[in-house]
Ligand binder design. Structure first.
Ligand code: BTX
Length: 322
């Protein structure tokens, strides 16, 4: 809200000085009681704000800092994220993860950055990754599987992220096949699974996850403002990114183990619960054609099944869906 922003702007405008409730109220154009209420809300969303009698309020810090420590303290996984590389600013975490994969980085290595200056999506599209507001990370896995299985990992990651957002932010997220997560029809997350493989076997699999967390609408560039959203925009709360990352890694570790043991089917069932693409009339745009039809489900491999008006079933491996 405007009041929150005004308070935060004032409190962060100078290091170490106090602002009285009255000063904050004047600046925000509201009552002192409203200020007090908003300060409480800010605290519950992770801002450490000190209040002293006769002095006022002072911002001590934000728990939403991302660093290796914050990511490791409280991490519940055995392997995923145990080796973490945190960077301030990178071109793309995917690029770095690819390089580490060629070296001897262990399974579960996580590359995460405050900012990406050329974050990427599928098919050479770009992914807007402004500083300090979102989760921009790439996870390295080394499953012994043939390369055709790689797309399933996008769906596994989708389920892990949806459930993490549900738990940590109490928000319902829909999956749009294959790699978008939406809230109220707008994109909150994109997933990009890439691999290094030969024709028989995956050497490394890199799952890139971009999650809009604390952005306000103004933080999005004009070209995506209409289609993008953030967890903050949808809930009016500010979230600890480290907490969300940890939850995603726990979920991913759990589902990865299920997948290795029992295959894709159990994951598919959960995925379908969250998918909006299924059971609808859609248009799938692939690289070389456009097919309209009814999305009847996904196969046990994670491939989309589309029935066109003649009743013919098409298997869609990769496409943009409308
Ligand atoms: P995609 O190709 O499905 O989506 C890319 C499209 O999404 C863009 O063309 C644009 O319209 C829109 N878009 C761009 N940035 C955002 C944003 N922040 N929020 C919502 N919509 C946006 C999706 O590709 C896969 C994205 C993966 C991003 C992660 S971040 C960590 C890792 N590093 C990296 O370079 N990519 C991955």
């Amino acid at each position: 809200s405007k009041i929150r922003e005004s308070i935060l702007e004032a409190l962060s405008s100078s290091d170490n000085s106090y602002f009285s409730g009255q000063e904050l109220a004047d600046q925000a154009g509201c009552s002192r009681t409203a200020i007090w209420k908003h300060i409480e809300d800010l605290r519950s969303s992770g801002f450490m704000i000190e209040s002293r009698r006769k002095k006022g309020y002072r911002l001590l810090g934000k728990t939403d800092e991302l660093n290796e420590n914050n990511l490791l303290v409280g991490l519940k996984t055995e392997t995923l994220g145990r080796s973490v590389l945190f960077l301030e600013s990178v071109e793309s975490t995917q690029k770095i993860a690819h390089r580490l994969a060629q070296e001897t980085a262990p399974e579960g290595t996580l590359v995460i950055a405050e900012e990406q200056v050329s974050g990427r999506g599928r098919m050479a599209r770009s992914w807007h990754s402004p500083k300090g507001t979102g989760i921009w990370m790439s996870l390295l896995l080394r499953p012994s599987l043939p390369p055709q299985k790689a797309p399933q990992f996008t769906l596994i990651a989708a389920v892990a992220i949806v459930e993490a957002i549900k738990d940590k932010c109490d928000l319902d997220v829909d999956i749009k096949w294959p790699n978008d997560l939406l809230i109220n029809g707008k994109k909150v997350t994109g997933i990009l699974t890439e691999l290094q493989a030969d024709s028989e076997q995956i050497h490394s699999l890199i799952i890139g996850m971009g999650i809009n967390v604390n952005q306000s609408a103004e933080d999005f560039s004009d070209d995506i403002r209409e289609i993008a959203t953030s967890l903050h925009i949808e809930s009016d709360k500010t979230f600890s990114r480290a907490g969300i990352v940890q939850e995603i890694l726990s979920n991913l570790e759990k589902y990865y183990a299920v997948y290795i043991k029992e295959g894709f089917e159990p994951i598919k069932e959960i995925w379908e619960k969250y998918a909006v693409t299924i059971g609808r009339q859609i248009t799938a745009r692939t690289l070389n054609k456009e097919i309209k039809g009814f999305a009847s489900g996904i196969t046990n491999e994670g491939v989309l099944k589309l029935i066109d008006e003649t009743g013919e079933t098409h298997l869609i491996y990769s496409a943009d869906i409308e």
